[in-house]
Write a protein that binds this ligand. Sequence first.
Ligand SMILES: [Ca+2]
Length: 313
Amino acid sequence: MAPRKIIIDTDPGQDDAVAILLALASPEEIDLLGITAVAGNVPLALTEKNARIVCELAGRPDVRVFAGCDAPLQRKLVTAEHVHGQTGLDGPQLDDPTMPLQDQHGVDFIIETLRAEPAGTVTLCPIGPLTNIAAAFQRAPDIIPRVQDIVLMGGAYFEVGNITPTAEFNIYVDPEAAKIVFDAGAPLVVMPLDVTHKALTTKPRIDAFRAMGTRVGDMVAAWTDFFERFDMEKYGSEGAPLHDPCTIAYLIRPDLFAGRLINVEIETISELTLGMTVADWWRITDRPKNALFMKDIDTAGFYALLADRLARL
Ligand SMILES: [Ca+2]
C-alpha cells in the first residue's frame, strides 16, 4: 500500500515533537506533505520555530513548515508554559533552526493541498488547538468532502479534563474551532485523554529511548524527563502521558487502539464546562455519530513501536 499522505497541524510541545519524529521515521506508512504550526502550548513564533527544530533534529530540513493562525478564532490565546516550559520544548538547549519557514500561510497550504491532491487521499493530523483546520474549513468548505479523515488529539470523556476540571487543553483553547471541525462531517478519529493518560512514560520506557545511543533518543528521553516532573506532581502517576504521538501511532498501527463510533459535541457557551467534549459514549441520544472516539491503547505495543521507529533516526 502507498504511504498515507498527511498534514500535521501542531503546537510543539515535547509530545508534538515525538509525534513529528515518529511520522518522519515511518516513510512506509506516512508521506508527510507538510507541517502547519498553530498557537497553543506556546505562541506561534515559538511553535513554528520548534517544528523546524524537530525536523532538523530528524535530519529532514526538506520538510515544509508553515506558520498558521496566531490566535484562536474568537478568544484570547491560553498557553501551557507550566507544562512545556518557556520555549515549549524545554529540556536540553537546541540550536535555532537554519531551515526556512515557508512564506505561505498554513491555512492556505491546507486549502491548496486538499484541492490539489485527489479527493479522499489526504489525512489531517491536528495535535494542537483546531484553529488552522477550522479556519481552512470556514474559508474553503469545498475542501471538507476531500479530506480522507481527521485523526486528532483532543478531548476526554472518562478522564474529563486537564486544563479545567471538564476540558482538555487543545479543545479548551479554541472551542469554536473544535465545534466547526467536529460538526464538519469529515471522518473523525479522536485520541482523548482517556487514551493518552494510559500512554505513560515509565522509567524503563525512557531508558529505552536513551539506550538507542542516538541524538534523537537522547532528546526524546530528556524531553519526557522534563515534562514528567510536572505530570508526576500533578497526577501522582508513574510517568507523563505522551499525548500527541498516539495519533501518528494510530496511522501506523490502528490495531493498537480501540474505541467507539459515537456522537461528540463541543461545549462553547458554559463558563463552567467550556471546551468540554460531550461524548455520548453510552449512546443515550439519537445525535449523529460523528467521531471514532478512542478509549483503550496497547501501551506496551505503542512504546515498542516508538522505540523501534525512533531508533531509525
Ligand atoms: Ca500538541
